[in-house]
Design a protein around this ligand. Structure first.
Ligand SMILES: [Zn+2]
Length: 264
């Protein structure tokens, strides 16, 4: 039997799972995904994520404001995140960070809401679940001074280049790899640099319902990604790192257990 996997990034509160969430969870378990970390991307989504965790015992979650949602953060959001984070199921602050690729929120608000959440993680001594796209330099500038006071941080859905990867590793970050690496159109660079990630710093995630691995055969009818497809991420990543899939899974699961404090 292959080792159990932990999907560290699932947007299970997404409405695309409303009709069959129970099945999605059962199929994930059958595919060898023992635990999932449900991503909180706004106050509402973080509350829903927590509610799901309280319903199913193999789920944990993050609480945070995604950069896309920074413009909508109410003035007391830090107070509300603090309250959410006091629940045992909440295991990291995030998803937070900067996304200058689409600027759904103004860069000013993104930077303010990000630095306030970094400060919150430091104050609560909680890990950080980080998002970054097309904003590496300002992202690093906000993050770096606080990292000493934060137990651990992961650059989720890492899609950067080798220079950025090395900077992340130098900062002590974990690297989250999604099905982006299975995409031969835009994931080739990530595939090529994956071998530079040390085994004690790597974790795997689907980012479902987004980023369906393009290596799934037979090709699924639906475009919706699911945690049950995590093995395809593991296989391609192991290939890129020229190690066997079981070894990779063993390390990613141990890393995720330590990072999110999952016992058993
Ligand atoms: Zn993200």
């Amino acid at each position: 039997m292959t080792a159990q996997m932990i999907d560290i990034g699932v947007n299970l509160t997404n409405s695309r799972f409303d009709k069959d969430r129970d099945n999605v969870l059962e199929n994930a378990l059958n595919a060898g995904v023992s635990h999932q970390i449900i991503t909180g991307t706004s106050l509402t989504e973080s509350e829903s994520a927590l509610a799901l965790c309280q319903q199913y015992n193999n789920l944990f979650c993050t609480a945070g404001i995604h950069p896309h949602d920074a413009d909508n953060a109410p003035s007391n959001y830090i107070e509300q995140l603090t309250k959410l984070a006091s629940n045992d199921e909440v295991r990291a602050i995030g998803e937070c960070g900067l996304d200058f690729n689409r600027n759904f929120s103004t860069p000013e608000n993104q930077q303010r809401v990000f630095s306030e959440q970094v400060a919150l993680a430091a104050r609560l001594h909680m890990p950080l679940f980080l998002h970054q796209r097309d904003a590496f330099t300002p992202w690093q500038a906000i993050l770096k001074p606080s990292l000493d006071s934060i137990p651990a941080a992961v650059s989720h859905c890492f899609t950067g280049n080798l220079t950025e990867l090395k900077s992340c590793l130098d900062m002590g970050l974990y690297i989250g790899i999604t099905g982006w690496i299975c995409d031969d159109r835009r994931g080739q660079e990530l595939y090529d640099i994956a071998k530079y990630i040390p085994l004690d710093r790597i974790m795997i995630e689907t980012d479902a319902p987004y980023l369906t691995p393009r290596t799934i055969r037979p090709k699924p009818k639906s475009s919706r990604n699911e945690p049950k497809y995590l093995p395809f991420v593991a296989q391609t990543l192991a290939q890129a790192m020229t190690i066997d899939t079981d070894t990779l899974i063993m390390h990613t699961s141990n890393n995720a257990k330590a990072f999110f404090n999952i016992t058993g």
